[in-house]
Design a binder for this molecule. Structure first.
Ligand code: ZN
Length: 159
């Protein structure tokens, strides 16, 4: 007669694979862009808006309400839609929104006459093709969502 032991039952429990249950949840997060709103609205019109300090004559690629040199208020100014890659990195993992795109390339773009760099994605080039100094051009979503992903860069088309 086979003897059932309590200990073997516990061993089975302890050896279980991890239990996985489905428990969906959703959060609607209301986010205000506040004084940066013109930047996101500009993307829907195919414009890259930066900030300009009239006193220091400095233009910033990323919106800022005040100049980091003098502290004075800045004014909006369109910046070039073409630039060069200052540096880049290849991301092999990312947030959920980007998992389907991995590996993807992030670039810091430098623009002529603009003091700061602009962080964006580079699309249309494989990681091994990217070079510092590569000329790139901004592209804008035809179905904008008022997010930073409404703009990205692609290698500048050669004539
Ligand atoms: Zn200034």
């Amino acid at each position: 007669m086979k003897r059932r032991s309590r200990k073997s039952s516990e061993t089975v429990l302890y050896g279980l694979d991890p239990l996985i249950i489905r428990d969906p949840y959703e959060i609607v997060y209301r986010h205000s862009y506040a004084q940066d709103s013109p930047f996101f609205a500009g993307l829907t019109k195919g414009k890259l808006l930066g900030s300009h300090c009239p006193k220091c004559r400095v233009t910033y690629a990323t919106p800022r309400s005040h100049c980091y040199r003098c502290g004075g208020a800045t004014k909006w100014r369109a910046i070039p839609k073409q630039g060069t890659i200052h540096t880049y990195t290849t991301c092999y993992y990312g947030g959920e929104a980007f998992l389907d795109e991995t590996p993807f390339i992030l670039v810091l773009v430098a623009f002529e006459g603009v003091e700061t760099l602009f962080l964006s994605r580079l699309i249309g080039a494989r990681p091994e093709e990217v070079r510092i100094g590569m000329e790139v051009a901004a592209r804008f979503s035809s179905t904008p969502s008022f997010r930073v992903t409404d703009v990205w860069f692609e290698p500048k088309a050669r004539p």
